[in-house]
Design a protein around this ligand. Structure first.
Ligand code: NAP
Ligand code: GDD
Length: 332
């Protein structure tokens, strides 16, 4: 019998890569998408076109993490072997503008999934909870590991801390298989356009092609541990194949400033970045996370997982993809 996987957040960056991975491993994949007034499935539209040929497809279901009865119904009906909870209001800056909504979806949304499994007595279901390095916030040590105390600095991070602790509590209290992946920043050409890496690489491509002149950014001094998203979703799957549930940091172990990302991206197109970057106060946060750098040694030892794509390669992959994208737009 084929294993059944349910993925929330399929229309996002990670959801799209994870669905590809699960289909390639022969899972029956069900994905929750939320209703939107405009098309929101661009990142997964290619999947059914490709996969139909091989007799596999992504089954899409309308759902929303803010709606308990909907989540209960989906989980009771599908009875998945594995659930990957990737759905979230995932933008840190935006979480300061909509804190209550963020807590509802990013925090309570996870709890709704755990409760639905418990209520339905699905003893076989394993859950991956998308926890985040943002939970370390104003980090008390560098690098951060599974043992580093959490010190969240935003409504988003606080909501993720709630979900993280609920995952651990349900694991202990009800003996449920729930693993937290504490993923550090991971990027790709499918990254949301308002996260800093993609904002920069899209800007660089447009500047190179004469389509725009300036990129407006906030804090250039923040440091992040940036990895490559397709590699990070493999770690999610590995966590659910272990004998017992646990928490794992997934990171590259390297940290770079936003400014370094800008420099590398402009270097690729041989343009002087200083002429094209403007600082705009709107992009600063009420409280900032200054440095994230992950220690992934536990994941390496237990999951056998290691990052492969380097920082330079990541920047290059993203700039190249954006150049190709905007070149196509010009030709249309
Ligand atoms: P993303 O691109 O922002 O995708 C978020 C997904 O959640 C989208 O499919 C979105 O749907 C969906 N969603 C939002 N609100 C929802 C709701 N109320 N009900 C159902 N679905 C909803 O995020 P990502 O980068 O793929 O990240 C995946 C997960 O990992 C998130 O939980 C994020 O917080 C966490 N995380 C990400 C990183 C990272 O660096 N990428 C690092 C650590 C943790 P729409 O497409 O309709 O908006
Ligand atoms: N978004 C954005 N836009 N960030 C900017 C900008 C800008 O114009 N200018 C500077 N930054 C800085 C932010 O202040 C932050 O320090 C850093 O760039 C990274 O910002 P984001 O790319 O928005 O990512 P994030 O680190 O806040 O959050 C991402 O990673 C988390 C894991 O650590 C998101 O994907 C979260 O969902 C994820 O949990």
């Amino acid at each position: 019998m084929k294993k059944k996987a349910l993925v929330t957040g399929i229309t996002g960056q990670d959801g799209s890569y994870l669905v590809e991975l699960l289909l390639s491993k022969g899972y029956d994949v069900y994905g929750i998408k939320r209703r939107s007034s405009s098309f929101n499935t661009q990142r997964v539209d290619h999947i059914n076109q490709d996969e139909h040929v091989k007799g596999q497809k992504l089954n899409m279901i309308f759902g929303d993490l803010s709606d308990s009865s909907n989540i209960n119904h989906i989980i009771r009906t599908i009875r998945p072997d594995e659930i990957y909870n990737l759905a979230a209001q995932s933008h840190v800056r935006v979480s300061f503008d909509i804190p209550e909504y963020t807590a509802d979806v990013t925090g309570l949304g996870a709890l709704r999934i755990f409760e639905a499994i418990r209520e339905a007595d699905l003893n076989h279901t394993r859950v991956y909870q998308a926890s985040s390095s943002e939970m370390y916030g104003d980090a008390v040590e560098v690098p951060q590991s599974e043992n580093t105390p959490l010190n969240p600095m935003s409504p988003y991070a606080s909501s993720k801390v709630f979900a993280y602790h609920m995952a651990r509590n349900y694991r202990i209290a009800y003996n449920m298989f729930i693993s937290n992946g504490i993923l550090f920043n991971h990027e790709s050409p499918r990254r949301g356009e308002t996260f800093v890496t993609h904002k920069i690489t899209r800007g660089v491509a447009q500047i190179k092609l004469g389509l725009m002149d300036k990129i407006y950014l906030g804090n250039l001094d923040a440091k992040r541990d940036w990895g490559y998203a397709p590699e990070f979703v493999e770690a999610m799957w590995l966590m659910l194949q272990q004998e017992s549930p646990d928490d794992f940091v997934i990171a590259t172990g390297e940290t770079h400033t936003v400014k370094e990302f800008v420099e590398r991206a402009f270097d690729i197109v041989k343009i002087d970045w200083k002429k094209h970057i403007e600082i705009d106060k709107r992009y600063f946060r009420p409280s900032e996370v200054n440095i994230l750098q992950g220690d992934y040694s536990k994941a390496k030892k237990i999951l056998g997982w290691e990052p492969k794509v380097t920082f330079d390669e990541l920047v290059r992959i993203m700039v190249k993809a954006d150049l190709e994208y905007f070149e196509k737009q010009i030709k249309k």
